[in-house]
Write a protein that binds this ligand. Sequence first.
Ligand SMILES: *Cc1c(COP(=O)(O)O)cnc(C)c1O
Length: 463
Amino acid sequence: MKFISTRGRAPSLSFADTVLTGLASDGGLYVPESLPKFSQQEIAEMAGLNYCELAFRIMWPFVAEDLSEDEMRGIIERAYANFRHAAIAPLVQTGHNEWVMELFQGPTLAFKDFALQFLGQLFDLLLKKRGEKVVVLGATSGDTGSAAIEGCRHCENIDIFIMHPHNRVSEVQRKQMTTVLSDNVFNIALEGNFDDCQNMVKASFADQSFLPDGRRLVAVNSINWARIMAQIVYYFHAALSLGGPHRPVNFSVPTGNFGDIFAGYLARGMGLPINQLVIATNANDILHRCISANDHSPQPLVHSLSPSMDIMVSSNFERLLFDLYDRDGAAVAELLADRRAPMKLDELALEKARSLFSSERVGDERTVEVIREVFESTEYLLDPHTAIGMEAARRARKSNAEPMVCLATAHPAKFAEAVDTALPGTSVPLPHHMQDLLEREERLQVLPNELSAVHDFISRALA
Ligand SMILES: *Cc1c(COP(=O)(O)O)cnc(C)c1O
């Protein structure tokens, strides 16, 4: 299968090259040239498969030209071996035809493990076959860093450097990154803010001459196609458990960069009956304004109780725009020439989007109320991101006869502050494997906010 850029001017690439490339050379994102399609009969026959076998069936058409069946099965088995629940993505019923899909059973307690555990294994195998070693460099304000580190810690062909703003991430988040003591894992605490970290990463990608010969940088952010692809699987998994494909199943997704919900859109494109996808946003509501009022204008970032959704402009939205504009790369390039400028969609494109997507905005105050209300009525404890998804689902859902699945993107123990505000005195224990997290030995390097200091550190670490 070939992959093409959403801006239409970069060369098309194989799956392996797409995964190791990141952004296309024309500034666009890679998408499959055409989407594999399963018939209703083929989907019905997937019912009852375990998660790993289902993952193989769904992803195989994308990778068949680059990997053997055994290689792909091995990657999947290793990726999901460390999940704490045998179902990998278990469902819990919270109301009439309303379900929560727990995507936080991976090692770092957030749904990003689904993609990054898979990506680490995939990278390692592709690099071994090429006889290459790479350097993963990323900036994090929280969840992504720990999931990337956990995904890469056992990879022989990767050294990973993750930068976080010094003293500006929570203690649990920092410890999840800095207590991984593998020789190939390096944590940099930058004396700056998250933007400084991101700028440092961008500048490093632009000029990689500080790296030793034969090494190059690889990105693990959510524009990586393999991350999106791995997330398609759990939409099938949930639907098959709830009567799909014989009846439609709908989803509500706490949304930041639009990667997770875009995977749901792809599942539908591959033949899974889905009638409604709810985009749930916090106060950073650019996508909600876009869908509800055709107002896609960036606003200053607001810090919320759901920090993993605090995003000004969602990068993966470009992949949806490409389809809404009939895959016209030039039109997308024109629309997004200035990512920070206000954007209006054509009426036709907007209509198409609205036929599938609904959107809601849920602020901090309501988020806390929902955590409390749901706990008081069901004793089920939501994290703040999931609470936003559930509230959005309840407001936006069009059919009570069709199942609605709310994606639970993080474990409540990860966001104890919001839980404590909602239910004072309720302590949420960390899962068993993390009970001693706060006592574990840490390793990190504090560095000044200077590019040369960061580059010196990286090149010495690799020497
Ligand atoms: C990353 C993240 C999100 C947002 O997912 P996107 O794919 O960026 O839309 C939501 N909730 C949690 C807990 C996350 O870590």
